[in-house]
Design a protein around this ligand. Structure first.
Ligand SMILES: Cc1cc2nc3c(=O)[nH]c(=O)nc-3n(C[C@H](O)[C@H](O)[C@H](O)COP(=O)(O)O)c2cc1C
Length: 381
């Protein structure tokens, strides 16, 4: 594990994610989360979205087996801030053995707020190793991994008794991110098994993130709102539920909720009809965004498109928590390109973004950005 910043002081988070769920609810809004994104949801990006109101930030999926065995894997896969600018962080692991997940979780627990198990990655290499979405066919194994992880964290002295641990500075969360099956009854069985006996208070997870697409649904196909509605109705009273998928703007969500405040307003009767058709999902507690946050880290602060200031915040964070050039430039091309909301204005044209990708070093990148931005500002005068 790599630490940025100068001191260890304050490295240990003191806010339990369940407290943040409660805070968001008391403010009459959804909890806002940055999705796990392999390659992209690294520290500088997490700090940037956190600056713009994102409450909870996931790391990219980290392979527990490698993390447990290899110091280089630990140093390159997880960077945390030790100088106070640490967002509330959830480490996501890819694992298929209880012992591996428990060990890796034990190692990161001092530095982050919680651990999460990836049961959603559809990539063939992951599924071939019974990781990610392949785990949706292994509900007992998933339950066992979560149970063993909780037991290990408890033995290590962390507080993992769900709500009872939320006030403890040693409170840590255990959660899972899932996809759905074509036959939703199988997802219901999966969730019931994984949660355990929620009614008696011995639930195995603190919350559930649902990506309502099947393993083979492309991300261009809209999420299955009906599946989300059914799952939230069935399990949303036992555990908080976050939705991942198609969170592009708060005004264009394909469902409504009392936590969407102020509710989007509609002026034409056609829009009102469309709103009336949207189901209300009262038991949904949070929104997780991946692609739209990549393009606009200021999304949850109400910006319809990425502002230049967000680019500045990212570059400033990047100076303290560096990324490889190509990766950093990819972030910049995402942020300066058109986003996922209805407003398709972009900070730079495609041709200008191509110029960024041709830069050979960070000095070139910064000079090119400054030149292009000055040109825009001049043209706007
Ligand atoms: C570049 C990229 C990397 C991703 N990596 C992960 C990952 O490491 N773990 C995971 O559970 N999901 C991962 N996902 C899936 C997202 O977390 C999210 O569930 C999915 O993209 C749907 O959300 P969206 O419509 O907001 O993009 C990734 C998605 C993208 C675009």
């Amino acid at each position: 594990m790599d630490h940025t910043g100068e001191s260890e002081k304050g490295a240990y988070p003191t806010v339990h994610p369940l407290k943040i769920f409660d805070l968001a609810k008391s403010q009459g809004r959804f909890l806002y989360a940055c999705a796990p994104m392999v390659r992209y949801s690294k520290l500088a990006f997490r700090q940037t979205v956190h600056h713009y109101n994102t409450d909870l930030c996931w790391t990219p999926m980290i392979l527990a087996k490698e993390f447990n065995r290899n110091q280089f894997a630990r140093d390159s896969d997880l960077t945390i801030a030790t100088d106070g600018a640490q967002p509330v962080t959830i480490v996501q692991f890819g694992a298929n053995k209880p012992l591996e997940l428990a060990r890796a979780s034990s190692m990161v627990a001092p530095f982050v707020s919680g651990v999460d198990l990836n049961c959603g990655c559809p990539q063939s290499w992951a599924c071939a190793e019974t990781l990610g979405a392949a785990l949706m066919e292994q509900r007992e194994l998933v339950r066992d991994m979560l149970v063993e992880t909780r037991a290990r964290l408890r033995r290590d002295g962390w507080a993992v008794e769900r709500e009872a641990s939320a006030d403890s500075p040693r409170g840590r969360s255990v959660s899972v991110k899932i996809r759905v099956h074509k036959d939703l009854r199988r997802t219901m069985d999966f969730v019931a098994t994984v949660l355990g006996d929620a009614a008696s208070g011995s639930c195995n997870v603190d919350w559930l993130t649902i990506h309502p697409r099947t393993r083979s649904t492309p991300s261009s196909t809209p999420i299955d709102v009906e599946a989300l509605e059914i799952l939230a109705d069935k399990f949303g009273r036992d555990v908080p539920i976050l939705v991942s998928g198609d969170v592009f703007t708060l005004a264009t969500l394909p469902y409504t909720s009392h936590l969407l405040d102020p509710a989007p307003t509609f002026t034409s009767s056609g829009s009102a009809d469309a709103a009336a058709k949207k189901p209300s999902i009262p038991n949904l507690r949070g929104l997780m965004s991946a692609r739209a946050l990549l393009a606009n880290p200021a999304l949850f602060a109400g910006h319809g498109t990425c502002p230049w200031e967000a680019v500045d915040v990212f570059l400033e964070r990047l100076a303290r928590a560096p990324l490889p050039l190509k990766l950093g430039v990819h972030h910049l091309t995402e942020m300066t390109g058109p986003g996922y909301g209805p407003d398709k204005r972009a900070l730079l044209t495609k041709k200008e973004r191509v110029r960024l990708t041709a830069c050979a070093n960070w000095i070139d990148v910064l000079d090119t950005l400054a030149e292009l931005r000055a040109g825009k500002e001049e043209a706007a005068r």
